[in-house]
Write a protein that binds this ligand. Structure first.
Ligand code: HEM
Length: 215
């Protein structure tokens, strides 16, 4: 008996879920980066900003809920597309057809798991087990003064850069902006967004390591 496939069961459906959840995560990442710029304005600005957010529980918990859902859907769709791909790989005589797509997919396979580990570490480090609860500025600066921790953030954000560059590019394609005429715009938009977030995020640990931001 045939039954109708729902959106999440088809390959294109999973790609749409990846793209939409990715858009939500990138949106959060942009907002998070802009908020973290308060680091350059000093402890009062940074801690004041954090306190303001904490004084708005519906905003904080609403964002957490949406993010949890988006990360869950994104990882579920990624793992399930990867498993399907693995099964379909089949004969070793099969020729590789689309080198560009292969390259992008390979990038996602290493950057995705690194990002997952980075986010787990990041949540434990600053949100769940902060060294100085309530003093976000001190947590960040003291954290990045330890080269190994700054190194984890640098590696994590390099992975983030590759991941969102390919992610944004293919999300545009999945969501319909896939005409050769738009390809350069897609690439330019992907470069602009991913470079801004990546260079901006890398600047935080690097500024602390360089002694430009101090306690
Ligand atoms: C160098 C770059 C980054 C810095 C300096 C940074 C800094 C912070 C800080 C200080 C907090 C805790 C805020 C508080 O307790 O009030 C935080 C929370 C968080 N960060 Fe980052 N972050 C960075 C990159 C990222 C990236 C790349 C992601 C994800 C893609 C991310 C996701 C999160 C999440 C999900 C939270 C938890 C928010 C919550 O529920 O309270 N961060 N970050």
């Amino acid at each position: 008996m045939q039954r109708a496939l729902t959106l999440h069961q088809t390959t294109i459906g999973k790609k749409v879920i990846m793209a939409l959840s990715g858009v939500i995560i990138v949106g959060f990442t942009v907002g998070h980066f802009l908020g973290n710029l308060n680091l350059y304005l000093g402890p009062e600005a940074m801690n004041g900003y954090a306190e303001k957010l904490q004084s708005l529980p519906p905003l904080v918990w609403g964002t957490r809920l949406v993010l949890l859902f988006a990360f869950g859907a994104h990882i579920w769709a990624a793992v399930s597309l990867w498993a399907r791909n693995l099964k379909a790989r089949g004969s070793r005589y099969e020729k590789r057809k689309d080198l560009a797509t292969d390259y992008a997919a390979r990038t996602m396979y290493w950057s995705g798991p690194i990002l997952f580990l980075f986010v787990v570490f990041h949540l434990l480090h600053f949100t769940i087990l902060p060294a100085h609860p309530g003093d976000v500025y001190r947590n960040v600066v003291e954290g990045f003064q330890t080269p190994a921790i700054a190194g984890v953030y640098i590696a994590g954000n390099v992975a983030l850069g590759f991941h969102i560059f390919h992610g944004i590019f293919s999300a545009f394609q999945t969501l319909g902006a896939s005409h050769p005429r738009y390809d350069t715009y897609r690439r330019d938009a992907a470069i602009a967004i991913s470079a801004t977030i990546t260079i901006g995020n890398l600047s935080f640990p690097i500024s602390v390591l360089a002694g430009l931001v101090t306690l």
